[in-house]
Design a binder for this molecule. Structure first.
Ligand SMILES: *Cc1c(COP(=O)(O)O)cnc(C)c1O
Length: 322
């Protein structure tokens, strides 16, 4: 059962005038601690909850990247990371993209890989990343800790947008970072505390509830995604199908941007919306957000819990317009 919801921002000191385990919610909050324990045991480390995936990345980079340092970011990975680092360039954050299927650039001070990358669905070379002198953050949002544990693969930080499959219902934003090094944990915790990058009690409670079904949701979503990826690959209107062999996200390309727009707006059960990992199947063109870094005909499909035959029927009728 999720821990009882406690929305307090402040708790009374004890009779001797000393703070108890909770004093002020920017430091620690019982619902966050409860969900962090569950996330940490799934991931094999100690977890910190953040109010969004992007808050988790911000906290990690402010803590781990030396001023003026350079961060190597996987190319074809989550677009928001690249945009954030570009925005922070005036503060001395220098991002360089690299092909994560090979080794990171020698000069990097921090490495951000993604497993699998969103939306190109490549997998990093974990050995090459771990062999680099710089610390490695792995964004494993699309895999989930049920399929891939970055800390076991030599990464220093496992990162998730918990907004996606961990919460699973499109009703909250959250992020999580997990590490095994206690010193790094303390530095990340201090950044979170001082910057106020803190999730609400309601967010933590809803995420804890979502986690109760995450594994069974992923099993069902993945089984359907496998079937759909296979059928999409054989469909004459589909030019390329990207599927790493596990997980619930499939990306496929139709002829061009106009065809992608016709297909994404023709589905009936499948929702034409952004985000991924929720109970409802979603489809969207990523070129609309990412511009030239993403093929114009690429459609990202996040498979939900619906009957896979219904989903295939919907895709087939939409692909007639491609
Ligand atoms: C959505 C997403 C993020 C950003 O998370 P928010 O919760 O939207 O801030 C980061 N990485 C990946 C891979 C994502 O899909």
């Amino acid at each position: 059962m999720p821990a009882p919801l406690d929305r307090s921002a402040s708790w009374p000191y004890d009779a001797a005038g000393e703070p108890g385990p909770y004093a002020y919610a920017r430091d620690e909050q019982p619902n966050a601690v409860a969900v962090e324990e569950k996330l940490g045991s799934l991931e094999g480390g100690r977890s910190l909850l953040f109010p969004a995936g992007m808050a988790a990345v911000t906290g990690a980079v402010l803590t781990m990247l030396p001023p003026g340092g350079s961060i190597a970011v996987a190319e074809g990975a989550y677009y928001g990371h690249t945009v954030l680092f570009e925005h922070l360039r005036p503060w001395g954050i220098n991002a360089v993209e690299f092909d994560q299927t090979g080794p990171p650039p020698a000069k990097a001070d921090l490495i951000l890989i993604e497993a699998p990358s969103n939306p190109m669905l490549t997998l990093p070379d974990f050995e090459a990343a771990a062999a680099h002198a710089a610390p490695v953050i792995c964004d494993a949002t699309l895999a989930s800790p049920f399929r891939l544990r970055p800390l076991d693969l030599g990464c220093d930080v496992a990162l998730h947008s918990a907004t996606k499959v961990l919460a699973g219902h499109d009703d909250l934003l959250a992020g999580v970072i997990t590490v095994s090094d206690d010193g790094l944990f303390d530095r990340l915790h201090r950044t979170r505390h001082l910057t106020g990058l803190v999730a609400s009690a309601d967010t933590a409670w809803l995420l804890e509830r979502g986690l109760e079904t995450a594994e069974v949701r992923i099993e069902r979503m993945e089984a359907s995604a496998r079937v759909l990826a296979e059928r999409l690959a054989a469909h004459p209107a589909v030019v390329t199908t990207r599927y790493p062999g596990f997980g619930f996200v499939v990306a496929f390309d139709v002829a061009d941007g106009a065809a992608a727009r016709r297909v994404e707006t023709a589905t009936e059960t499948i929702v034409n919306a952004t985000s991924l990992g929720s109970t409802h199947t979603k489809l969207e063109s990523r070129h609309r957000w990412e511009g030239d870094r993403c093929p114009e005909g690429l459609l990202r499909l996040s498979v939900g819990l619906e009957d896979p035959e219904v989903l295939w029927g919907d895709l087939e009728q939409a692909l007639v317009r491609a």
